[in-house]
Design a protein around this ligand. Structure first.
Ligand code: UDP
Length: 253
């Protein structure tokens, strides 16, 4: 057996060459970082949970016609994805004030925003992912105005879908970060959702208690990260690989 070729290694994931041209294998590690890599840890089991949660969400998004890179699950830590050219702009969608928005604008965490807000951040570790405007993005050629429109429209659609999905299981979707990629098909190119959607990239608060069920538990040294991610997976109905009956989300009344 030959060794797989590693195409890219990030902070929490590794990409390997896929079985066919145009495909990759996305592997979820247990590593985690925060505060621009100043804080690092390995949390056993995190990769398995994020793979499972992200796979579930991307499958549902594919089903409702949101184009994503997800093709199929491979194993507990890996999924087969389409190879795309990542657009170097992270898209953050917010429903409730938290994190950097609260710090920057002095809005108390937990304040419901008057409408969903979309922000763009330039994907550069050296620059610590600065927030940028559409002007910067188009002037520096990171993406075209059409791609920005597509990312915003898809971002809002994903937000509506996920808000409802999580609300049904007693979780408030406060905000999340997504990334998009260009998929080349012949002489056509289109924007599709890439990367992951998991408690590493979302803020998820329990509706009743406001308990944090996301990566803020690591960022803010709260402990209990795995238990929180397991709770999200459990409520989504996807905690175990070989559950006798996988019924999907359990409604919380
Ligand atoms: N986020 C992320 N990766 C990043 C920065 C942010 O996944 O590199 C997510 C984060 O989990 C949250 C949302 O994007 O759900 C908004 O994060 P924010 O700008 O408030 O930054 P933070 O407070 O995490 O530094």
């Amino acid at each position: 057996m030959s060794r797989r070729r590693r195409v890219f290694e990030g902070k929490a994931k590794v990409l390997y060459e896929g079985p066919e041209p145009g495909t990759l294998i996305q592997h979820f590690k247990d590593d985690t970082t925060a505060l621009n890599n100043q804080k690092q840890a390995t949390i056993e089991g995190k990769g398995v949970l994020n793979n499972r949660i992200s796979e579930f969400i991307f499958s549902r998004l594919n089903e409702i016609g949101v184009p994503t890179h997800f093709i199929r699950a491979i194993n507990m830590r890996e999924q087969l994805i389409r190879e795309v050219e990542i657009i170097p702009c992270e898209v953050v969608v917010r429903n409730v004030a938290a994190g950097s928005l609260s710090t920057r604008l002095g809005i108390e965490e937990g304040t419901l925003l008057p409408r969903s807000i979309i922000e763009f951040y330039y994907k550069s570790d050296e620059l610590s992912h600065p927030m940028v405007s559409e002007e910067h993005i188009t002037a520096f050629g990171w993406s075209t105005p059409q791609e920005i429109d597509d990312m915003m429209a898809l971002g809002l659609r994903i937000n509506d879908f996920l808000t409802g999905l999580f609300l049904g299981i007693g979780i408030r979707l406060v905000d999340f970060k997504i990334e998009f990629g260009r998929l080349y098909e012949g002489d056509m190119v289109r924007v599709i959702l890439a990367d992951e959607i998991s408690p590493d990239s979302c803020r998820l608060w329990d509706i009743r208690t406001n308990d944090k069920l996301d990566k803020d538990r690591f960022r803010r040294d709260m402990g209990g990260l795995i238990e929180a991610y397991q709770e999200v997976a459990r409520r989504l109905g996807i905690l175990f690989e070989n559950e006798p009956k996988r019924r999907g989300p359990t409604l919380v009344k």
